[in-house]
Design a protein around this ligand. Structure first.
Ligand SMILES: Nc1ncnc2c1ncn2[C@@H]1O[C@H](COP(=O)(O)OP(=O)(O)O)[C@@H](O)[C@H]1O
Ligand SMILES: [Mg+2]
Length: 351
């Protein structure tokens, strides 16, 4: 992220009023065919993208732009033809998958680059780095950024050496807490073995076993070079038996006690010194993974004040109830201001 203000000193949130663009832009919203994903594990997470698409369309209209949609489901030839015929000023890339596959998000970003079509997405290379939690961890460590200790099961069996318990286990290639259910945290090796086996059977991909970092969870959000107010996840509404995690239920099962008991505090109730440490670590993670664009970094701080990166989310959830929109509200941007800034950043950067 060349030029991000926090690189040269302290990270300061810009609270200036949203700049409403005067020129009308033709925007295409690109999304996957979510109907075809309704029967999948994690269906709510896949279909949940509409909770962002519809408000973004409303914002685009309010900001004076024209928007139309392209579904990847109609095929790549259709997509290429439409982009070439319509020549949009910008594609708002909201396809978290293409034909149901999470690697498709990166393929689509590459395709738009090849078509020389400006788009809102973080670059394909960074999408690929961040999609694979295992590879992202090794890149982060290479850059001196701390992540929780881990081991990986490539075949559904427990590896011989495990990190320190308690453990949290998760699929390496999923997002939106898919596979991170309320049984995800355990200190019992037998339960862990069963869960890892089950996850491997369900997702057919390597399963990551990490030391569960008990402590506070924070989010650093950025749009281009602008940092957003720090957010903290408040788990105090959860019953004692429930682990403090933003698992699948907390994200997508709106009537669950996990959803109701998990709140976002923004700005995070921390000292400025701690907030600056979070920004420093979060921005270091973004640089290590080559992320430029809009992104959210998930961070944990343990009882000793040690800060760990859980993961980096390029093109994170933009629905009005998700973290980015909450941070934008506290920054004084509002939802329209968030969308406007993403647009402006995407139009001025080189593709
Ligand atoms: N090592 C860990 N220690 C503590 N909590 C974790 C850890 N890994 C994941 N979590 C919890 O699970 C949530 C989802 O995990 P994350 O790695 O961010 O996957 P996803 O891509 O599905 O969001 C995190 O927000 C956090 O609450
Ligand atoms: Mg996450």
């Amino acid at each position: 992220m060349p030029g991000i203000r926090a690189r040269r000193g302290e990270a300061r949130v810009s609270r200036s009023a949203p700049r409403i663009r005067r020129s009308t832009r033709d925007v295409v919203i690109l999304h996957d065919d979510t109907d075809s994903l309704k029967d999948r594990v994690g269906a709510e997470a896949h279909v949940g993208v509409w909770e962002a698409i519809l408000p973004i369309e409303e914002s685009l209209v309010k900001l004076g732009h024209r928007s139309r949609r392209i579904s990847v489901g109609a095929g790549v030839t259709d997509l290429i033809q439409k982009i070439q015929n319509w020549r949009p000023d910008l594609v708002f890339h909201l396809a978290e998958t293409a034909f149901g596959d999470t690697i498709g998000e990166a393929h689509l970003a590459s395709l738009l680059d090849l078509l020389k079509c400006p788009h809102t997405s973080v670059g394909a290379e960074a999408l690929i780095f961040c999609r694979d939690k295992l590879k992202a961890k090794s890149i982060l460590r290479e850059h001196g950024v701390l992540t929780p200790q881990h081991a990986t099961s490539f075949d559904g069996r427990l590896p011989e050496t495990l990190p320190m318990p308690p453990w949290i286990s998760k699929p390496t290639l999923e997002d939106g807490s898919i596979g991170i259910t309320s049984d995800a945290v355990t200190s019992d090796p037998i339960k862990l073995r069963r869960r890892v086996q089950r996850l491997h059977r369900l997702f057919s991909q390597p399963i990551l076993i990490e030391t569960y970092i008990a402590g506070r969870e924070f989010n650093v959000g950025v749009v281009g070079e602008q940092v957003m107010p720090l957010a903290e996840i408040d788990f105090s509404g959860l019953p004692a038996r429930s682990p403090g995690i933003v698992g699948y239920e907390a994200k997508w099962k709106y009537s669950s006690f996990q959803f109701k008991g998990t709140a976002t505090l923004c700005p995070a109730p921390v000292s400025d010194a701690i907030a600056q440490r979070m920004y420093r670590v979060g921005l270091a993670a973004l640089r290590a993974l080559n992320v430029s664009g809009y992104a959210r970094v998930d961070i944990r701080m343990d009882a000793k004040g040690q800060i760990y990166i859980l993961e980096v989310n390029p093109n994170p959830d933009l629905s009005p109830i998700a973290g980015m929109a909450k941070m934008a509200n506290i920054a004084g941007w509002g939802f329209d201001g968030l969308i406007d800034r993403i647009l402006t950043h995407s139009l001025i950067r080189r593709h």
